[in-house]
Design a protein around this ligand. Structure first.
Ligand code: LP5
Ligand code: MN
Length: 240
């Protein structure tokens, strides 16, 4: 049985196609997986686990994930740049195990480094400054102490600002930096890296210190399920 890896679904109530595709995926293909790995940006944005008490959409997704885990398929979640405020309460309710970024695992015996991918985009210095600030415990506790409606309004405003800023950035700046990729592979002992975030699905080969390495970039979800299956024969991209 292969392991399945997904990322960048950007789920939110207005994205009905993708939400439907994800619920079908959890009740269908994912049930035959050895394990499911979600590598960040499951949600369009996440304003804190306390929203689960009142947010029907988020708690519906949590219930569906819990159903998969109850069926016997372990689920793992790494947060992304949109949903880095997912925390232990979400993990408890869904049954998913939270993974830190990066995490090294073995997939069918192959050491494989899992990342969301945003930290590899080191040329995007404006984003890296935002990342450092928004991941600091001081900033997060300040944000989480605000009322939920205010947090939603701030998240929407940052989403708009992010889209505006991206329109003015060169495409290359928003891709991974090759040296950052080489460093990550080197630090974690090669030979395979799987990440999302850039929405540029592909399989790349990198030679790092004379070692042949592969890097898989997961696709973002537009209107249907898209995932990577990794088994004894290697990895292959699949779609629903
Ligand atoms: O997400 P994507 O792929 O569209 O774009 C990312 C980078 N943008 C972001 C921002 C998120 O989209 C929006 C955040 C939602 C989080 C909600 C929960 C918490 C609320 C947070 C409120 C602060 O990650 C984008 C990259 C792109 O990937 C490609 O890698 O370019 O980066 C930006 O657009 C960021 C701007 O370049 C810099 C923003 C400057 C803000 C300055 C700091 C202000 C202080 C904020 C306090 C934390
Ligand atoms: Mn992302």
């Amino acid at each position: 049985m292969p392991d399945l890896l997904i990322s960048d679904l950007h789920l939110c109530p207005s994205r009905r196609d993708v939400t439907g595709a994800f619920l079908d995926f959890l009740e269908g293909r994912a049930r035959q997986a050895r394990a499911l790995y979600i590598l960040g940006d499951l949600f369009e944005y996440w304003v804190g686990d306390d929203c689960l008490e009142s947010d029907a959409f988020g708690s519906g997704i949590v219930r569906a994930l819990a159903g998969l885990v109850r069926s016997g398929v372990p689920g793992y979640l790494m947060v992304g740049n949109r949903d880095f405020l997912i925390g232990p309460a979400f993990a408890r309710a869904s049954g998913l195990t939270l993974l830190s970024d990066p995490t090294l695992i073995e997939l069918s015996g192959v050491p494989t480094l899992l990342m969301h991918g945003d930290s590899l985009c080191s040329d995007d210095t404006a984003y890296q400054a935002f990342r450092a600030l928004s991941r600091s415990p001081e900033w997060q506790s300040g944000f989480l102490s605000r009322p939920l409606t205010e947090r939603h309004a701030m998240a929407e405003a940052y989403r708009r600002q992010s889209e505006e800023e991206k329109a003015g950035k060169a495409s290359a700046i928003m891709d991974v930096n090759p040296e950052a990729v080489a460093q990550a592979l080197r630090r974690h002992g090669y030979p395979r890296l799987i990440h999302g975030h850039t929405h540029r699905p592909a399989r790349h080969e990198h030679e790092v210190d004379g070692r042949c390495c592969e890097r898989w970039v997961l696709p973002d979800w537009k209107d249907r399920a898209v995932w990577l299956e990794c088994g004894a024969e290697g990895c292959v991209k699949e779609a629903g």
